[in-house]
Design a protein around this ligand. Structure first.
Ligand code: M6R
Length: 611
């Protein structure tokens, strides 16, 4: 978590950094801060709270005729791990000798030992953070050569870090280094950048270098140099980012989440196209061999895990191969039974989720093949997995994932179809028929998005619920998990998802007068079953929101108690792609009606790069 940015160039760094931090705020929003060089040392403004608080402080400085400005600076937006959100714990951190300032994304695991050692040398610490130790340690090592000090810090610290470093004696130089957290270097005509993610620099440039672990970047106004830890120069390739500037803007929508929901027809089309047109995705699909695997494990976190649970139904139905789905945070410590006949699929929007990275490394160390489904090009999971399929979702800014989830689903369906063909379980004709069904999804999603009125209206009646349950059977259960996560994440309404058949084993005791149960009904052969679950809860006073393409009996119910949102017909296996649209909109409108900060829900951050 946390976002860092730095700039050195011809322009004033401060407005550039503020703009960049706005694009990184999804990574954390407990506090923010900026450092530039002042007349007598560093000039630092840092504040607890949202970026808007920092902006107010910067305006105050203008009014006081002491504007924060300079051609080189670093900025940070924080998701607190060590030390509460407070002004003093905000970044940048400056060492006690006022020589070195640092912004840090990551966790320094051995900070206590390092801090103790430095305190024994008499170094006074100001904050409770692990990050301050980096600034203090860098000053401790610094003997007139900042690159040397940064190398020594990198060798001394354990854990993960992406760092931006300034040194008072080298006012034209910005240093960056990383391990296990993302960092890009952007270059443009007026200057050079470091940033945690591409959208932070997109306004200025689409030309970036991806820094690898333990590589150092030395940025000056007109130059960028790279070194390894032995200080040998490195040649790196520059990449051109295809994302447009608009993709990192709200484009007239009140929230990124709504904009991203609305982008889904395009995202689905582009993702489907990506496996048909010549390019990386098509190459991977054409070349990956499935016959050598006797087991598939899908591992991921949060919504990406829910995409995996959904995909299990599709893989097992189409490929008749055993699929396990496991939370990456559990998988990494479980000593799972895997070998070179196992395919481990990692699903991740960011490609930087710490638990998913650890799961991937664990799988690789046991000889499994790894295939990742990732949205962010250049991310750790994309780079380290044996194969990678990219979702064509573009930058996803809202903390609650929507379009990336939909793109993950579609790639997983296509992967399952391709495997089934290779395994000769599907004929070419059957493959074509299924792909033709998938090709109808963008238009069907579009049709749903054209008629959001009934969802919006129903959601407006749901703001008062303390708890909402989601039920489904078979693949509908998988998507119920995602509906429940989406709702609780942004609306702060407690929510659980249950397999319909489990209700009577305990959950039904929670159902009382006016409890809301959202029931998914897309599996025709289980329609009777889910409806009988609906009846069971209605007879105990609950209200049911029924979402699905199966509905004939819906009208037979008391309309006060049952509200039906109908979905277009599509093959049952792909119905989650339609259900999820309604579930996302439902959550969005409930949260919007509650007036909540939808794009930045409390306590959350978009990329969870710490454990
Ligand atoms: O970047 P990843 O897909 O690896 O992130 C995984 C989860 O943190 C993420 O899906 C999270 O659950 C979302 N905020 C849910 O909307």
């Amino acid at each position: 978590m946390c976002g860092i940015i730095g700039y050195t160039g011809k322009e004033d760094a401060v407005p550039i950094i503020v703009e960049g931090l706005k694009k990184l705020e999804y990574r954390g929003y407990d506090s923010s801060g900026i450092a530039v060089y002042g007349k007598n040392g560093f000039d630092v403004v840092k504040q607890k709270g949202r970026l808007s608080v920092l902006e107010d402080r910067l305006k105050d400085r203008m009014r006081e005729n002491k504007p924060l400005c300079g051609n080189l600076g670093i900025g940070h937006t924080r998701w607190a791990t060590h030390g509460e959100p407070s002004d003093i714990n905000s970044h940048p951190h400056v060492g006690s000798k006022n020589k070195i300032a640092v912004v840090h994304n990551g966790i320094i695991e051995n900070y206590k030992q390092l801090k103790e050692r430095l305190e024994n040398y008499g170094v006074p610490f100001a904050s409770q953070t692990d990050s301050e130790v980096i600034a203090q340690l860098a000053e401790h090592y610094y003997c007139g050569d900042i690159i040397d000090a940064v190398i020594k810090v990198s060798n001394a610290v354990e854990g993960s870090y992406a760092l931006g470093v300034m040194c008072i004696d080298e006012r034209d130089t910005l240093i960056a280094v990383k391990k296990d957290n993302p960092l890009i270097i952007g270059i443009c005509d007026h200057g050079n950048f470091i940033a945690s993610d591409v959208p932070a620099v997109l306004k200025h440039t689409n030309r970036v270098y991806y820094l690898n672990d333990k590589e150092i970047a030395v940025l000056r106004e007109g130059s960028v140099q790279f070194f390894n830890m032995d200080r040998e120069p490195l040649q790196k390739n520059i990449e051109t980012i295809k994302w447009s500037m608009d993709s990192a803007e709200k484009g007239g929508y009140p929230h990124f989440m709504l904009k991203e929901i609305m982008e889904q027809p395009r995202v689905l089309r582009d993702t489907i196209q990506s496996v048909i047109m010549e390019g990386e995705n098509k190459n991977v699909l054409d070349n990956i061999s499935v016959s050598c695997f006797n087991k598939i494990i899908i591992t991921a976190c949060g919504s990406a895990y829910n995409a995996g649970v959904t995909a299990k139904y599709v893989f097992e139905k189409l490929c008749r191969i055993s699929v396990e789905v496991e939370l990456a945070s559990e998988f990494r410590y479980r000593d799972a039974i895997i070998d070179n006949k196992t395919l481990v699929i990692l699903v991740s929007q960011s490609g930087e989720t710490a638990d998913t990275i650890a799961a991937m490394r664990e799988a690789k160390s046991k000889g499994a093949s790894t295939l990742s489904i990732v949205n962010v090009i250049g991310s750790t999971i994309a780079k380290e997995a044996d194969y990678c399929l990219f979702t064509a979702a573009g930058p996803e800014i809202a903390v609650a994932t929507t379009k990336a989830f939909s793109a993950q689903l579609v790639l997983l369906y296509i992967l399952a179809i391709r495997f089934a063909l290779r395994l000769k379980i599907l004929s070419h004709n059957e493959e074509r028929e299924l792909l033709a069904q998938i090709a109808t999804l963008p238009d069907k999603v579009s049709a749903l998005l054209d008629k959001t009125g009934s969802i919006q209206m129903y959601a407006s009646t749901c703001v008062g619920y303390k708890s909402i349950f989601f039920i489904g059977r078979n693949i509908d259960y998988a998507i119920a998990l995602e509906g429940s996560l989406k709702l609780k994440e942004i609306s702060y309404i407690h929510s659980e998802a249950y397999a319909g058949g489990e209700l009577k084993h305990g959950t039904i005791s929670l159902v009382e007068e006016n409890t809301l149960v959202v029931a998914l009904s897309n599996c025709s052969y289980l329609y009777g079953k889910i409806m009988s679950n609906a009846e069971q809860v209605i007879s105990r006073g609950a209200k049911v929101l029924l979402i699905g393409s199966c509905s004939d009996a819906a009208s037979a119910h008391d309309s006060e108690k049952l509200y039906h949102i109908s979905l277009p017909h599509v093959h049952e296996m792909f119905s989650p792609s339609l259900s999820v649209i309604v579930l996302q909109l439902f959550s969005y409108y409930v949260a919007a009606n509650k007036g909540l900060d939808i794009d930045k829900p409390r306590n959350l951050a978009k990329s969870v790069t710490v454990e």
